[in-house]
Design a protein around this ligand. Structure first.
Ligand code: FES
Ligand SMILES: [Fe+2]
Length: 467
């Protein structure tokens, strides 16, 4: 008989003390790294507008030390942090009517890195023509500051999505969450949707009621059992979504998609509207998972507030901001004992080590989405993926990008055979995904009506009649 693998026996820790390497291709994002170079080809949020005050804000993004500020004319600057003269940090700089002044010898830099003043130098100094301070293009939108840190000649347009404008009067509220771990851990967690029914269920408290009250879970619809999961590529492999089906009651199922748009954006379906009544809703959060360095990251994004998402008034705008968001406890650091007794995403993800070691994992079927995410990212970083097939934006013609993030409920009577019921839910999930894929080709103005009509075709438009 072959000897047992010494690592796979009881009391085998002695044989498991060697630490394999983490995956550098996906986790390292400093200048010149494969993932860092790929990520630098996209606009990235770097801080919240509210963090730009009368003093500069020191920031670190993808391993680069920077300073962000709003000059007194209202222009946003994102500059390399250390002065081009003799290296003093511009976080101690003095904000000017135009640009920022280094505190040490008074050099003034404009937001594009042009040297505007050198008080101790003659006016005709050649330095004005030969030295530029390192600067990145930046702009503000709805409370977030975005910077582009890639090669200037490859700077893309900002991705204009439909959900930024839908429904009418949608309010985008900027927020952040700071995590002491690699960016990939929080990012791929979105595809680990099974954890919503476990980590965010009532494992650590005694009742669902108590879990809802304590902010540990979203709503009863999330706690009603394990979701039936599937995953699908979007945008020709430049994105992916999970497709989660749940039975809400004997008549109704709920199909949910959240989408990753690579390299690091997420469009998360509604957390707040009742699964019993949401016929079709778009995303409730748009977020970017931004590396600070390889062992720290910040999720920046917008919580969407509107009459659909917050129909029941569960959302709390005042609880969204710097390192806080208004859903679930455990999205940011809390006292250690609180985190131990009621762990949330913060504890689960930071707890995977500063940089998770994939070679030590034992993946199971519900991890398929996480592994698909890693595989697609590898393809993109290596330049092996085909072109992004998202519908092109043409704002003049009212065409925006579309998201696959959504929640829909459908009438589907319970099959008495539970295995057959599960199979039927799986088939319905695929049909809802197909509607979203077809809808990507529909004009933005007609898209919602198209989706609702196709959902009506799927369940005979019976949902309203059933209520
Ligand atoms: S170090 Fe900044 S002006 Fe001299
Ligand atoms: Fe979570």
């Amino acid at each position: 008989m072959a000897p047992k693998n010494p690592k796979q026996v009881p009391y085998g820790a002695y044989h498991k003390t060697r630490m394999p390497a983490y995956d550098p291709e996906l986790t390292e994002t400093g200048p010149g790294t494969p993932m860092g170079e790929y990520m630098r080809r996209f606009w990235q949020p770097v801080c919240l507008s509210e963090e730009l005050t009368d003093v500069p804000k020191a920031i670190r993004i993808m391993g680069e030390d920077l300073v962000a500020f709003r000059d007194r004319s209202g222009n946003i600057g994102v500059l390399q942090r250390h002065c081009s003269h003799r290296g003093t940090s511009l976080e101690y700089g003095i904000i000017q009517p135009k640009g920022i002044r280094c505190c040490y010898h008074g050099w003034v830099y404009d937001i594009d890195g042009t040297i505007l003043e050198m008080p101790a130098e003659p006016k005709d100094s050649r330095i004005y023509e030969t030295v530029y301070h390192g600067a990145y293009p930046a702009f503000e939108r709805s409370g977030l500051v975005f910077a582009y840190m890639g090669p200037p000649e490859e700077k893309p347009e900002f991705p204009e999505y439909d959900f930024l404008h839908f429904p009418v009067n949608n309010r985008l509220v900027a927020c952040s969450n700071v995590y002491p771990c690699n960016w990939l851990q929080t990012y791929e967690n979105t595809m680990d949707h099974i954890h919503a029914a476990l980590l965010h269920n009532n494992m650590t408290v005694e009742s669902v009621d108590q879990a809802i009250k304590s902010g540990l879970t979203f709503s009863d619809a999330f706690t009603s059992g394990m979701p039936i999961l599937d995953w699908e590529r979007t945008r020709n492999g430049h994105g992916m979504c999970f497709i989660a089906g749940r039975r809400v009651n004997d008549d109704v199922i709920w199909v949910r998609h959240s989408e990753l748009v690579f390299p690091n954006a997420t469009h998360v379906g509604s957390l707040f509207s009742s699964a019993h009544e949401a016929r079709h809703t778009t995303v409730c959060m748009t977020r970017w998972h931004v590396p600070v360095d390889d062992e720290n990251m910040i999720i920046f994004g917008w919580r969407h507030f509107n009459e659909v998402i917050d129909r029941y008034g569960d959302g709390r705008e005042e609880d969204c901001g710097v390192d806080k968001i208004d859903f679930l406890d455990g999205q940011s650091v809390r006292p250690y004992d609180v985190g131990q007794r009621a762990p949330g995403d913060y504890e689960a993800l930071a707890g995977q080590r500063a940089i998770a070691v994939h070679a030590l994992e034992n993946p199971v079927s519900s991890d398929a989405g996480v592994f698909m995410c890693r595989r697609l990212l590898h393809e993109l970083v290596r330049g092996e993926a085909g072109p992004d097939t998202s519908r092109p934006v043409n704002e003049d013609q009212g065409q925006t990008l579309h998201s696959f993030g959504q929640d829909s409920t459908l009438r589907m009577p319970l099959h008495p055979d539970l295995e057959a019921d599960e199979q039927a839910i799986r088939e319905m999930e695929r049909k809802v995904y197909a509607i979203m894929a077809d809808a990507d080709a529909v004009d933005s103005a007609d898209r919602m009506a198209f989706i609702l009509a196709r959902l009506d075709e799927l369940d005979g438009g019976m949902l309203d009649a059933a209520e």
